[in-house]
Design a protein around this ligand. Structure first.
Ligand code: C2E
Ligand code: CA
Ligand code: CA
Length: 681
C-alpha cells in the first residue's frame, strides 16, 4: 500500500477494497504500456517478503461519470479476473465485449429454468462404431439448446456457465432420463441392445442424489446399468480425487460402464490411472488429431493402446475426421471410433433410422444363415389375423422355417387347434380378431390342456393396457403393430428359444424336484429352476403365499381335508399364472410363485389380491374359515433367491400382522411399517 501511495503521489487517490484488492483513481493522459506494469512488479518484488508476489492490474477507463463508483470497481475487477493465472500478462482493460459477455451470461441464466420446463433442451446422438466390423456400437448423448429466439445454441457456450452456476446437475439429469427413455423405446421395438454414453460433470458427482437418481431411472425404463456409459472428463479427477474416486467406484460396482473422457487433453493422470475405476479410455479429439498427423514411428498412440490393453480397458477415439486417421487408429488396435468422418451428432429420430437399418441387415443375415427346411419337415405355425395383407407380408419370412397356417377369425383358431394341437409349434394371435374376440380366444386357450405348452405371441396396435392384459392372461410375448416381418421373426425366434428352456424346466420338475402332494416344485426344484433364470426373464416378481389357519383345518377336520385344501390351492395357482411362471410349494402351507417379465407393481399386487379373493370365493372354507396372505418382492436377479425370499417374507409378515390388505408388496419404506405394526400388536 505504501509503495502505491508513493507512486501515485498527488496524481490520484488510493484505497484498499478487501484482503488483497486495491483500487486507485488516477488521471490517464495516455494508455500505460505493459512494460510499465512489468517494471512496477519487479519493483514490488524487491521489497522485503514480497519476492514472489505477482500484482495484476485491471483498468476501467471512465468516460461516463453516471456509472457508480462500485460499478467502476466491479468492472476493473472483472477485467483483471480475465488474466488471472496468465503468465506474463499483468494488465487488462475492461471493454464492451466483456460487458456483452456478462449480459449474455445473465440472459442465459435468466431463461435456463423455463427452457428446461418448456423442453427447449433436446438430445442429439452421435453414433459410435466398432472398428473391426464397422458395426454401430452405441451413441453419445450431446445436449442442444433450441432457443425460440436465439436458435440452436452450442453446449460449448452454455455448459461451462451451467457448471459454474450449478444448473448442470438439473440439466444432466434431464439428459440422462431422456437417454434412458430412448433406450427403452428401442428395446420395445426389438432393436439390438446398444448403449448410450452420457456426460457427467464434476458437480454431478458431488450431488448426493446421483446414485439414487441413476438407479431410479434405470428401474423406470427397465434397463441394465451397463446400457448407460458415464463419461467423466479426465480433469474431474484432479481436484479432490479421493471423493470422486469413491463415488465413481460405487457406480462402477453397480454395473455402470465408466469412460474417461478427453483422455490426453493435458491433465494427464497417467500416474493415477491405475487407481481410477475405469472401463474405457476415450481419447481426446485434439490428441488424436495431433498424434495421427505425426509420422508413423512416433509411438505415443501405440503406448497408450498397450497401456489400455495391459489395464484391460477398451479405447474409443473421438473426433475422427479423416480416412487416414481411421486407418492409423485401426492399425494401432483402437476399439471404437466416433467423429464427423462417420456421422455428426443427430436428432434421435435420425439415429433410430440408423439403428433400424443395422438391425434389419443383421436379421437378414441370420435368416440367410439358417437354411430353409422342406415343407414336410417344417413345424406348423398358426398365424391368426383378420388383416390378409399383413398375413401375406409376414408369411414371406416365417415360411422359411414354418409351415404357416393363416386364419382370420377366432372360431377358426379354436377349430384349427382342435385338429392340429400336437403339430403346432407356435401361435401368433391378433388381439383385434373377431368372432370371438382375440382376447377371449386367448382366455379360452389358457384352459385347454392340449395347448398349454404352445407358446403364444399376441399382436395388436401399441397400447400399454393391451400388452399388459395379454401378458396377464397368459401370452408369452406381445408384438406391437406396426412391425416389420423381420422384427416379428426376431420375436418368434426368441419365444421359441424360451420355450426350449421351459421344457428343460419341465424335466427338472420331475421326481426329486417335485412336491408329491401338488406336483409343484419343491424347495430344491425352485432353486434349480431359479438358477437357470436369465436376464431375459427379468424383471420378475416373487410371491410368497401362506394359507392362514391351515393348522385349524388339520386339527378340526383331519389331515385329509388339509391336504385337499392344499391341492385345491395349487390348482388355483396354476389357473391364475402363466405357463412360463414358476410355481413351488416350500413347506406345509407355503407357496412360491415367480412371475417372469413383470415390471408393473400395481398389476402384480392386483394379481395377488385377485388370487386371495378367488380362494375365498371358491367356498372351500365353509367349516373353518381359510384365507390366504401374500408377500411380494420385485426381483431383478441382482439378489440371490434366498435374499428375495427373505424380502417377500417380511412383506408377508406385514400382510399377516394386519395391514389393510392381505397382499403386500415389499418396499424399502414398509420395513419400518412392519416394525411399528408388530410393536403395536
Ligand atoms: P465432449 O464430451 O468432448 O463431446 C464431443 C464434442 O466433439 C461434441 O461437441 C461433438 O459434437 C464434437 N465432435 C464430435 N466429433 C467431432 C469431429 O469429428 N470433429 C470435431 N471438430 N468435433 C467433433 P458438442 O456437442 O459441441 O459438445 C461440447 C462439449 O459440451 C462436450 O464435449 C461436453 O463436454 C459438453 N456437453 C455436451 N452435452 C453435454 C451434456 O449433456 N452434459 C454435460 N455435462 N456436458 C455436455
Ligand atoms: Ca463426452
Ligand atoms: Ca470428449
Amino acid at each position: 500500500a505504501e509503495m502505491i501511495q508513493e507512486k501515485i503521489g498527488e496524481r490520484g487517490i488510493c484505497g484498499r477494497l478487501s484482503a488483497d484488492q486495491f483500487a486507485c483513481l488516477i488521471r490517464r493522459p495516455q494508455a500505460y504500456p505493459q512494460e510499465y506494469f512489468i517494471h512496477a512488479n519487479s519493483e514490488i518484488n524487491t521489497l522485503a517478503n514480497m519476492q514472489n508476489v505477482v500484482v495484476k492490474w485491471g483498468v476501467y477507463v471512465i468516460r461516463d461519470k453516471q456509472v457508480s463508483v462500485e460499478q467502476m470497481c466491479d468492472r476493473a475487477l472483472l477485467a483483471v479476473r480475465r488474466i488471472k493465472g496468465q503468465y506474463n500478462n499483468y494488465v487488462a482493460a475492461y471493454d464492451d465485449t466483456l460487458r456483452n459477455k456478462l449480459l449474455r451470461e445473465q440472459a442465459i441464466t435468466d431463461s435456463m429454468e423455463a427452457a428446461l420446463k418448456e423442453r427447449q433442451f433436446v438430445i442429439y446422438l452421435q453414433p459410435k462404431f466398432q472398428i473391426k466390423d464397422d458395426q454401430l456400437a452405441g451413441a453419445e448423448a450431446l445436449v442442444r439448446w433450441n432457443h425460440p429466439q436465439w436458435g440452436f445454441q452450442s453446449p460449448a457456450e452454455f455448459i461451462p456457465l451451467f457448471e459454474r452456476n450449478g444448473f448442470i446437475t438439473k440439466l444432466d439429469q434431464y439428459v440422462w432420463e431422456q437417454s434412458c427413455a430412448e433406450l427403452h423405446r428401442w428395446d420395445q421395438a426389438g432393436y439390438p441392445q446398444i448403449s448410450v454414453s452420457v456426460n457427467v460433470s464434476r458437480a454431478d458427482i458431488y450431488n448426493s442424489d446421483l446414485i439414487d437418481f441413476l438407479t431410479r431411472i434405470l428401474k423406470k425404463y427397465e434397463l441394465q446399468p451397463s446400457r448407460l456409459h458415464l463419461e467423466i472428463t479426465e480433469s474431474a479427477y484432479t481436484e479432490n480425487p479421493g471423493q470422486i474416486i469413491a463415488t465413481v467406484e460405487q457406480l462402477r460396482t453397480l454395473g455402470f460402464v465408466i469412460e474417461m473422457d478427453d483422455f490426453g487433453s493435458g491433465y494427464s493422470s497417467l500416474n493415477m490411472l491405475n487407481q481410477l475405476p475405469l472401463d474405457i479410455l476415450k481419447l481426446d479429439m485434439k490428441f488424436i488429431q495431433n498424434e495421427t498427423a505425426k509420422p508413423t514411428n512416433q509411438g505415443i498412440l501405440r503406448f497408450i493402446m498397450s497401456l489400455a490393453r495391459w489395464m484391460n480397458l477398451s479405447v474409443v477415439a473421438e473426433g475422427v475426421e479423416t480416412r487416414e486417421q481411421l486407418e492409423r487408429l485401426r492399425e494401432t488396435g483402437c476399439d471404437y471410433v466416433q467423429g464427423y468422418y462417420f456421422a455428426r451428432p443427430m436428432p434421435c429420430e435420425e439415429f433410430e433410422k440408423l439403428l433400424r437399418k443395422q438391425h434389419e441387415q443383421a436379421s437378414k443375415k441370420s435368416l440367410e444363415n439358417s437354411l430353409p427346411l422342406p415343407d414336410q419337415q417344417k413345424p406348423m405355425l398358426l398365424l391368426a389375423d383378420g388383416d390378409i395383407r399383413y398375413c401375406e407380408e409376414m408369411r414371406g419370412v416365417l415360411s422359411q422355417q414354418y409351415l404357416v397356417q393363416c386364419v382370420s377369425d377366432g372360431q377358426s383358431v379354436l377349430q384349427y387347434l382342435d385338429m392340429y394341437a400336437n403339430q403346432i409349434r407356435l401361435i401368433i394371435l391378433s388381439l383385434d380378431l373377431k368372432d370371438p374376440e382375440g382376447i377371449d380366444v386367448l382366455k379360452t386357450l389358457q384352459h385347454r390342456i392340449e395347448v398349454r405348452d404352445i407358446p403364444i405371441i399376441a399382436t395388436g396396435y401399441w397400447d400399454d393396457q393391451w400388452e399388459e392384459a395379454a401378458l396377464d392372461i397368459g401370452a408369452d410375448d406381445f408384438a406391437g403393430k406396426p412391425h416389420t416381418p423381420m422384427s416379428l421373426w426376431k420375436r418368434v425366434q426368441r419365444t421359441q428359444s424360451l420355450s426350449v428352456l421351459r421344457q428343460q424346466e419341465q424335466i427338472l420338475r420331475e421326481e426329486a424336484y417335485r412336491d408329491y402332494l401338488t406336483g409343484l416344485l419343491n424347495r430344491r426344484g425352485l432353486s434349480a429352476v431359479c438358477q437357470a433364470l436369465r436376464q431375459d426373464d427379468a424383471p420378475l416378481a416373487l410371491f410368497r403365499f401362506d394359507l392362514d389357519n391351515l393348522k385349524k383345518v388339520n386339527d378340526q377336520l383331519g389331515r385329509d381335508q388339509g391336504d385337499q385344501r392344499i391341492r385345491q390351492f395349487s390348482h388355483l395357482l396354476r389357473s391364475h399364472f402363466r405357463q412360463s411362471d414358476i410355481l413351488a410349494r416350500l413347506g406345509q402351507d407355503e407357496f412360491i410363485v415367480v412371475m417372469k417379465k413383470t415390471a408393473r407393481k400395481e398389476a402384480v399386487v392386483r394379481k395377488g389380491e385377485a388370487l386371495g379373493q378367488a380362494f375365498v370365493e371358491a367356498g372351500w372354507n365353509q367349516d373353518v374359515p381359510l384365507t390366504v396372505s401374500a408377500g411380494i418382492a420385485m426381483w431383478d436377479l441382482s439378489e440371490t433367491l434366498d435374499e428375495v425370499l427373505a424380502r417377500a417374507d417380511s412383506a408377508l409378515k406385514c400382510a399377516k400382522v394386519g395391514c389393510q390388505s392381505r397382499c403386500r408388496l415389499w418396499e424399502e419404506a414398509n420395513v419400518w411399517g412392519i416394525r411399528s405394526e408388530i410393536v403395536k400388536k
